[in-house]
Design a protein around this ligand. Structure first.
Ligand code: DOR
Ligand code: ZN
Length: 365
C-alpha cells in the first residue's frame, strides 16, 4: 500500500479551537448616539482597535470634531475594556491642509478617507474633483499619512458592477502616479482587478476585505427575492471576484488585511423603497472570517490577515493578549434593538461554525 493510500484512509481531526493575537478592524462604521451605544459592544468584543469611518452627519472634517467623536466612543465603550478607536478625516473639497497635518502629528487621526462625492452613504460632502485636494494629498505623502479610498466612480452612466474596476483604471492608477509616495488602502475591495492592482503596487497600496464580500456574490442579492440586508457598496460582484477575494484574504500576503465595513442601518432604512447601503456584520465578523479561512484550508493564515498585516501597514504595534475561537454551533441574535426599531445582523439566526470563546487582555480584564 502506498503512503498516499494510507493517508487517504486516515481521518485528520478538525481543529476545535484556535488561539491567536487579538485582532483589529481596519474599517468600521460606529455611527453615533443611540446607534453607537447599541452596536459598539459587538466591535469591542472582537477587536482591540478599529479604524473608525468619518461619514457621520455632519461628517468628521476637523481635528476638533474627531477628538470629540473619539471621546464619545470612549464614553460608550463597555466598562473595563481597552478598545482603542483610530480616527479618520473625511476629505472634502475644502479640507484644511494644516489641520490634517496637525491632527496626524498629534495622533488624533491616523488617515484621511476619500469618498468620491455621492459614492455612498453620507458621501454628499465628498470630493468632487481630485485636483482640488492635490495639495492635501501632497502633504499627506510628505508626512506619511495614509489615504483610505472608497474605490468607486460615481458616473451614473457607468454600470454599478464596473464602478470599482473603472475607478482603478481611471482614478487610482493615475493618482498613484501623481503621488508616488502616498500610501493608499483600497477599502473593501470587491474585484479581481482590485486584487491585481493591489498586488502590483504593494506595499504602498493595500486593501481591506470584508466578511460579507467573502460569502456573497451578486446572485446572493437576488436569492429567492430581493435581499436588502445583503446590499452594500461596493455591491457584491460575480462569483469569480468572490473567489479572487477569498484567495487574496487567505494568502497571508501583507497587502491584504481585515476590515469589516460593518455599517448598521435601522431596519426601516433597509426594508425601504430605496434601501440604504450597508451590512451590519460586526457581531459575526471574526466567526465568518474563521469559517472562510477554514473552508480555504488556510486557518494558519488567519492571524496574519487579522492581526499582523494591518498594524504593519499603519506602522502600529501588534496587540498584546489573545482571542480564542472555538468550533461550535452558536447562533447570534437576528437583530439588535435600538429605540423602537432594530438593526438586522448579518448571519443572525444562522448556525455559525465558529464562536468567540475567550478574550485574554493584557491586564486580564
Ligand atoms: O455599504 C456601505 N455602507 N458602503 C459604504 O461605503 C458606506 C457604508 C455606510 O456608511 O453605511
Ligand atoms: Zn465603509
Amino acid at each position: 500500500m502506498s503512503p498516499e493510500s494510507i493517508f487517504g484512509q486516515l481521518e485528520i481531526p478538525a481543529i476545535r479551537s484556535l488561539t491567536m493575537r487579538r485582532p483589529d478592524d481596519w474599517h468600521v462604521h460606529l455611527r453615533d448616539g443611540d446607534m453607537m451605544k447599541a452596536i459598539l459592544p459587538f466591535t469591542t468584543a472582537q477587536f482591540a482597535r478599529a479604524i473608525v469611518m468619518p461619514n457621520l452627519m455632519p461628517p468628521i472634517v476637523t481635528t476638533a470634531a474627531a477628538e470629540a467623536y473619539r471621546e464619545r466612543i470612549l464614553m460608550a465603550r463597555p466598562a473595563g475594556l481597552d478598545f482603542q478607536p483610530l480616527m479618520t478625516c473625511y476629505l472634502t473639497d475644502a479640507t484644511l491642509l494644516d489641520d490634517v497635518e496637525d491632527g496626524f502629528r498629534r495622533e488624533i487621526w491616523v488617515a484621511c478617507k476619500l469618498y468620491p462625492a455621492g459614492a455612498t452613504t453620507n458621501a454628499a460632502h465628498g470630493v468632487t474633483d481630485l485636483a482640488r485636494i492635490a495639495p492635501v494629498l501632497e502633504r499627506m505623502e510628505r508626512i506619511g499619512m495614509p489615504l483610505l479610498v472608497h474605490g468607486e466612480v460615481t458616473d451614473p452612466d457607468i454600470d454599478i458592477f464596473d464602478r470599482e474596476s473603472v475607478f482603478i483604471d481611471k482614478v487610482l492608477i493615475p493618482l498613484m502616479r501623481r503621488h508616488p509616495g502616498l500610501k493608499i488602502v483600497l477599502e473593501h475591495v470587491t474585484t479581481e482587478e482590485g486584487i491585481a492592482a493591489v498586488r502590483e503596487n504593494a506595499p504602498r497600496l493595500a486593501a481591506t476585505i470584508t466578511p460579507h464580500h467573502l460569502l456573497l456574490n451578486r446572485t446572493s442579492l437576488f436569492q429567492g427575492g430581493l435581499r436588502p440586508h445583503y446590499y452594500c457598496l461596493p455591491v457584491a460582484k460575480r462569483e469569480r471576484h468572490r473567489q479572487a477575494l477569498r484567495k487574496a484574504a487567505t494568502s497571508g500576503d501583507a497587502c491584504f488585511f481585515l476590515g469589516t465595513d460593518s455599517a448598521p442601518h435601522l431596519r426601516e432604512a433597509k426594508q425601504a423603497e430605496c434601501c440604504s447601503a450597508g451590512i451590519f456584520c460586526g457581531a459575526t465578523a471574526l466567526q465568518t472570517y474563521a469559517q472562510v479561512f477554514e473552508e480555504e484550508d488556510a486557518l494558519d493564515q488567519l492571524e496574519a490577515f487579522a492581526t499582523v498585516n494591518g498594524p504593519q501597514f499603519y506602522g502600529l504595534p501588534l496587540n498584546a493578549g489573545t482571542i480564542t475561537l472555538e468550533r461550535s454551533d452558536d447562533v447570534v441574535d437576528c437583530a439588535i434593538e435600538i429605540g423602537g426599531s432594530d438593526v438586522v445582523t448579518f448571519r443572525g439566526g444562522e448556525r455559525l461554525a465558529w464562536s468567540i470563546k475567550e478574550v485574554a487582555r493584557p491586564d486580564n480584564t
